[in-house]
Design a protein around this ligand. Sequence first.
Ligand SMILES: *Cc1c(COP(=O)(O)O)cnc(C)c1O
Length: 395
Amino acid sequence: MSKQTITSREDMLMPTYNRFPLTLVKGKGSYVWDEQGAKYLDYTSGIATCNLGHTPDVVKNQVEKQLQDLWHCSNLYHIPSQEKLAEILVKNSFGDKVFFCNSGAEANEASIKLARRYAQAVKKTNAHEVVTFSNSFHGRTLATLAATGQEKIQQGFAPLAPGFRYLPYNDDKALDGLVSSETCAVLLELVQGEGGVVPADFDWVKKLAAICKENDILLMIDEIQTGIGRTGTLFAYQQYEIEPDVISIAKGLGSGIPIGAVIANEKAAEAFTPGTHGSTFGGNPLSAAAGLATVSHIVESGILEKSINLSSYLVEKLQQLKGQSDVIEEVRGKGMLQGIAVKGNAIDYVTKAREHRLLILVAGPQVIRILPPLTTNKEEVDAFYSVMQKVFCVK
Ligand SMILES: *Cc1c(COP(=O)(O)O)cnc(C)c1O
């Protein structure tokens, strides 16, 4: 194609996304506005990222303050807000140490590197294999797409990075083959997000965790979508009576300012020594300020208790909808990460909802994904429900 045939600015973006015909220019709380000033109820939260709603004052104030002082200095110097954020993450989790990066894929990359180095440099074995699960999603970098148990994500990117083995999810029998002499870690989501909003079975996870412990295999939970309060606790693992060795977080951590992190226990964290891993931007003063304000607010404000009550109300409404519609097969999820499995194409319902100024998502071809901000309220859930009644043609 010659340069002259490019007609709009949009054509200058690589077409990696099928964008919706909507341009958003403003957001506050649970609402966003388009260029014409039309107001939408946003139950996508920028894909589980704006967990405190859009442009929350508690975060905005701290980021604005940081903007006056220092944006970036590199990790060659101490960054007080990064250290404070590490402290609050450690105090509110199983973890002892934190590594900061910029995104979910990068957090999983760091987890995978940590697992290999723990096996090779600490335990002095040749183990390198990370077990992951079918329909998982772990990111788009070369290692994390290899970790992802979905062929459509991997197509055209051969050769895939070696060192991953996939097992069926929520499958008790498969756990018999969990560990080989090559295995150094297991990486899993406790609610598969992109893969269709599928929660892991409680007993299955406990059994998996016990096998990891017995064999000194690192248990690594991908909390990039489930973390930062999304499922009703700060992290989803806290509802499973397990203690992971490593978790990766990103999406909700900075309320939309890009930041990711890996939290590990002392044992696993020992594998990273100076020079073994790094990031130019990771946890810089600006993003760490956003992270610190976000996580402090979540642990101090009682917002999680409120969101648990509200998510029960949301689920009640979704069940009501299911009771009235033949095309809804199942409602499932945890906290403010809910899915509606439908007959037919989920995207058609999402499109219809948008026409009624409600933003929701899909998770695979036949599941609608609903990700309200944790700060939503009963009136907004009622507004959501009344649009969904129209979308599913029920009264
Ligand atoms: C979004 C997501 C990722 C990838 O995060 P990016 O920030 O897009 O790289 C990885 N794992 C899970 C579970 C996710 O939901």
